[in-house]
Design a protein around this ligand. Structure first.
Ligand SMILES: Nc1nc2c(ncn2[C@@H]2O[C@H](COP(=O)(O)OP(=O)(O)O)[C@@H](O)[C@H]2O)c(=O)[nH]1
Ligand SMILES: [Mg+2]
Ligand SMILES: [Zn+2]
Length: 336
């Protein structure tokens, strides 16, 4: 039984006094002050977020619209495993959030980090075969490494491949670093089963440039009924912000997919220059082997990374990528 981030223990009297009332922006949800009306504790998963309300799918696969107790230490987000108690058939309150296996954050207003999603286990980095940008791919891989979440590389639009040999040269370094690589076509429905298999029983998100085919791939893997539910919520006004909010979908073969607009900003927030080589799987094991302890791996003599490129153990493009990415993020030491 995983540990819960539970609210502080309240006496029965406090419980009775505590009110979970309508709050500004809370979509018409009103809960009774009398907490004896609460049903038994049920386990579930947050599938959507509407302002201050949260939609939970219970483990019995029922949807419950929940208010969030202010006393919770963590605001529940999409992907969170929670404990809720119902009031009536389809309304309730979240009383505890389980410990998270991972969190994805992005910078929000007032220099605060916003949590976008919890318990993501796979970051699916989608590229299009004809416009693959290895520099951008490397940025996503570094960000995933920093978040401690396993990436999966997906090359979509293989039906539009003009220069297969060049693509294979660019992709060659990745599988030896332990990155699974799938070639698919949403258009021809090729490789979709392999993708579904790779995501089975996991919680995943898709990242990648606009136009590479993320939505097309998601549409292939999420049953229509699940996508339709999202549209219905958008239409009723209960989920007026449904198109701008994170959502968790059930995949056909099992597993979940979180579709979040915030994920577009998934990147190197909070990563500093000095960390970059250590977040690259082909470079990390060689750090500390350069002649200079503070080697920047540029033109310094006896650089272990250079030596590895010369020995054919690290792809020259990866070292080049490392330099460009390092230059693009802030440094702890401005002279570095
Ligand atoms: N040729 C081809 N086009 C595709 C494929 N997948 C998506 N597209 C097209 O690429 C465009 C962008 O796709 P979309 O799914 O919206 O990309 P997103 O911005 O990453 O969500 C659309 O016109 C799709 O029809 C594919 O496998 N092959
Ligand atoms: Mg899209
Ligand atoms: Zn070096």
């Amino acid at each position: 039984m995983p540990r819960k981030i539970r609210e502080k223990q309240l006496s029965l009297r406090q419980m009775a006094r505590m009110r979970v009332t309508r709050r500004p922006g809370a979509a018409g949800l009103e809960l009774p002050a009398d907490e004896s009306a609460l049903g038994p504790e049920e386990e579930g998963r947050v599938v959507a977020h509407f302002g201050l309300n949260v939609e939970v799918e219970t483990d019995s696969r029922e949807r419950v619209r929940c208010a969030v107790r202010e006393s919770l230490l963590e605001e529940p987000v999409c992907g969170d495993r929670v404990v809720c108690q119902r009031i009536g058939a389809d309304q309730g309150v979240i009383v505890a959030v389980h410990e998270r296996l991972s969190v994805l954050r992005r910078p929000g207003p007032h220099q605060r980090l916003l949590t976008m999603a919890a318990n993501v286990e796979r970051i699916v980095v989608v590229s299009a075969a004809s416009t693959l940008n290895p520099g951008l791919l490397d940025r996503y891989l570094i960000a995933a490494q920093k978040a401690g979440i396993e990436p999966l590389l997906v090359i979509n639009k293989i039906d539009q491949l003009s220069d297969a040999a060049t693509l294979e040269t660019v992709l060659a370094p990745y599988p030896p670093m332990g990155y699974p690589l799938l070639r698919v076509s949403a258009l021809l429905e090729e490789g979709i089963e392999n993708l579904e298999e790779a995501l089975r029983d996991k919680t995943a998100i898709f990242v990648g440039e606009s136009g590479v085919g993320k939505s097309s791939l998601i549409n292939r893997m999420v049953p229509e009924e699940s996508l339709r539910t999202a549209e219905v919520h958008a239409a009723t006004g209960l989920g007026r912000h449904a198109t701008t909010t994170a959502r968790l979908y059930r995949l056909k073969r099992g597993g979940f997919l979180i579709d979040s607009p915030g994920v577009r900003e998934f990147g190197l927030h909070g990563v500093i220059r000095e960390e970059i080589p250590g977040l690259m799987r082909d470079m990390a094991p060689r750090l500390g082997q350069c002649r200079f302890k503070d080697c920047r791996h540029l033109r310094e003599p006896d650089c272990a990374l250079h030596a590895a490129v010369e020995a054919g153990e690290i792809a020259a493009a990866r070292l080049e990528s490392m330099r460009r990415i390092a230059e693009s993020v802030p440094s702890r030491n401005p002279y570095y």
